[in-house]
Design a protein around this ligand. Structure first.
Ligand SMILES: Nc1ncnc2c1ncn2[C@@H]1O[C@H](COP(=O)(O)OP(=O)(O)OP(=O)(O)O)[C@@H](O)[C@H]1O
Length: 575
């Protein structure tokens, strides 16, 4: 990615490096002008005109530097920013394109760190890193050259004796600084992740009355971050004074060795003056040698982490032929399916056989953790399956592009998630053109219209973060409306009415059945009463379908379904 980008921005980088070299050179000319000015005043017949010309020359150089400094920043730092802008977009698209098994493995906090910390490190490598590289190589060499042209090689080499220590210090301290900065970053992400989670789960914290415990944990994490910051400040605090100390040694040598040279008229006072200026100027490029190595190391490590994500392949197979036409979904067939989640060898589905036909209401019930959600996630192509087990209209699901599956099958998961936008936009989510009546129609079908009408801003009510202004049942019904408006062939409701009272759940399903006759509905529920009119019910236990049939047939079987149904009837009567 970096190679391609640098190729694309080659001329920008070249122009940036060129203007940077111009700035560096102009900067080095200033002491020469000062030297001439001092010498013109330090003779028996001073020539003020020369001093004036030199002063004007310095102003001219300052203007030149003002302009060129703008351009190197524009070319180099601008390119680095452009890189992170483009890289963030590529990373974002890639992450969103990956399947669920990727998200099972990566926490959102870690993924966020790629967008923030890693991108910042790469940007530093692509911008300031390049500037430092030019300064470290070009400026250090040319400064030494300018020093030598002022006072000769002998004094230059003697004065430079302590300076390699600066390179060593910046290398060693750079490593410490990197390690400690990383600790500061890590403790800060830990602290912010914990804070975010606490605020997200504040309702649970309050109900469990464990706020003091959380305050204690927060205190510990905040202290860790504070300590890490302090230890970083200490390293900085030692490094810069040390560098200044070493550069003072160079000044000491210059005065001790160069002073007599002025007295003996081997060099002029102006040259001596310029030389001292150059000593001050060479400190930065020498420090930059150490910095640049660290910046490149960190940048590369971050870049490799980002590349790792970019090279991740979705485990869900996408067919080469993306233009396949499957028409509307007439049937979904599952044959002898065994399934283990990626990177696990535990079979969570065993020898599953199912058939779902157009217009049917199919119920999936069973014990907890028996594989009900897993089977519908497979039908929705969220997880990969081997060929020859799942068919849609007779086509192997592996031959159908995910985007076709997702438009024809709407899956409403157990967890509700609403975006922080208006209810209208939440329902018509992702649709560019929609009419308000459409939104209302589907809100009515999912029995949430009257609730929304009661909100002060009705459909324009903006949902608070994570939908906190709505009750659990209201949120669930909004997510159902969001699925319905997509006008798919198959709707899968994965226990997504659990927070709605049983009567409303029954009413919603009845309304949907009546108004969407030729649509297929798959309902996972723990409330069996909802399924008495279902065309087919599959009963799962420990990854297997242990019973299947219509309600009456299952009651006659007198197995798990009948037992669960009777138990629910008794509980209902008692409540
Ligand atoms: N992403 C995952 N990675 C690995 N194992 C998983 C994953 N998701 C679910 N499982 C496991 O698969 C099994 C079936 O889970 P599934 O969610 O399909 O059950 P379920 O019948 O829908 O349960 P519930 O009624 O509680 O929602 C469980 O043992 C669960 O621990």
């Amino acid at each position: 990615m970096i190679k391609d980008f640098v190729k694309k921005r080659f001329w920008f980088y070249l122009a940036g490096v060129f203007t940077l070299i111009v700035v560096d050179t102009l900067q080095l000319i200033v002491p020469k002008f000062i030297s001439r000015a001092v010498d013109s005043l330090n003779v028996e017949t001073p020539d003020v005109n020369v001093a004036k010309i030199m002063a004007l020359g310095i102003v001219g150089i300052a203007i030149g530097m003002f302009i060129t400094r703008f351009f190197w920043r524009f070319f180099i730092i601008g390119s680095a920013r452009k890189f992170t802008y483009e890289a963030r977009k590529i990373l974002y698209d890639k992450i969103l394109s990956l399947d669920m098994s990727f998200f099972d493995k990566h926490r959102s906090g870690d993924l966020m760190a790629h967008f923030t910390n890693d991108m910042n490190n790469i940007e530093r490598m692509m911008g300031p890193g390049i500037v430092m590289m030019v300064d470290a190589s070009f400026m250090s060499v040319i400064t030494i050259f300018f020093m030598a042209t002022s006072v000769g090689w002998k004094l230059t080499l003697i004065a430079l004796i302590p300076l390699p220590l600066i390179v060593l210090i910046s290398l060693v301290f750079g490593k410490f600084i990197y390690k400690r900065s990383k600790k500061v970053q890590d403790t800060f992400s830990d602290l912010s992740g914990f804070t975010e989670e606490s605020i997200d789960g504040v309702r649970i914290l309050k109900t469990f009355s464990i706020l003091p415990k959380f305050e204690e944990i927060f205190q510990v994490k905040a202290k860790d971050n504070f300590k890490a910051t302090l230890s970083l400040i200490k390293v900085w605090g030692i490094m810069w004074p040390l560098i200044h100390f070493i550069s003072s040694m160079a000044y000491f040598i210059t005065i001790a060795y160069g002073g007599p040279m002025v007295i003996n008229q081997k060099i002029t006072l102006g040259e001596f003056f310029a030389f001292n200026n150059y000593i001050g100027m060479i400190v930065w490029p020498l420090t930059a040698i150490g910095w640049v190595i660290n910046i490149i190391q960190n940048g590369r490590a971050s870049y490799n982490r980002v590349l790792n994500i970019l090279n991740t392949q979705s485990k869900v197979v996408e067919p080469e032929n993306q233009d396949i036409k499957i028409g509307s979904i007439d049937n979904i067939e599952i044959k002898d399916l065994n399934f283990a989640y990626p990177e696990s060898d535990r079979l969570v589905l065993k020898n599953v056989n199912m058939r779902i036909s157009k217009g049917q209401l199919v119920g999936i019930v069973g014990t907890v953790g028996s594989g009900k959600s897993t089977i519908v996630k497979i039908i929705s192509k969220l997880y990969p399956v081997q060929r020859g087990h799942v068919f849609v209209n007779g086509y192997d699901i592996n031959d159908i592009p995910s985007k076709i599956v997702r438009t024809k099958i709407s899956y409403v998961p157990q967890e509700t998630f609403l975006f922080s936008t208006s209810l209208k936009n939440n329902i018509a989510f992702g649709m560019e053109d929609f009419d308000e009546w459409q939104v209302k129609e589907y809100a009515m079908l999912s029995a949430v219209h009257s609730d929304i009408e009661r909100f002060p801003k009705s459909y324009d009510t903006v949902v608070g973060e994570r939908g906190v202004t709505l009750s659990g049942g209201q949120k669930q019904r909004v997510t159902i409306a969001r699925a319905l408006i997509r006008n798919s062939d198959v709707y899968i409701f994965d226990d997504c009415l659990s927070a709605v009272d049983p009567e409303t759940e029954e009413k919603i399903i009845k309304t949907l059945r009546e108004s969407m006759k030729n649509k297929t509905m798959v309902i996972i529920t723990h409330r069996l009463k909802v399924l008495t009119n279902a065309d087919m019910i599959y009963v799962f236990d420990n990854g297997e379908i242990i019973e299947s049939g219509k309600h009456d047939e299952l009651m006659n079987l007198n197995g798990l379904y009948a037992k669960m149904y009777r138990k629910q009837l008794i509980e209902e009567e008692l409540s």
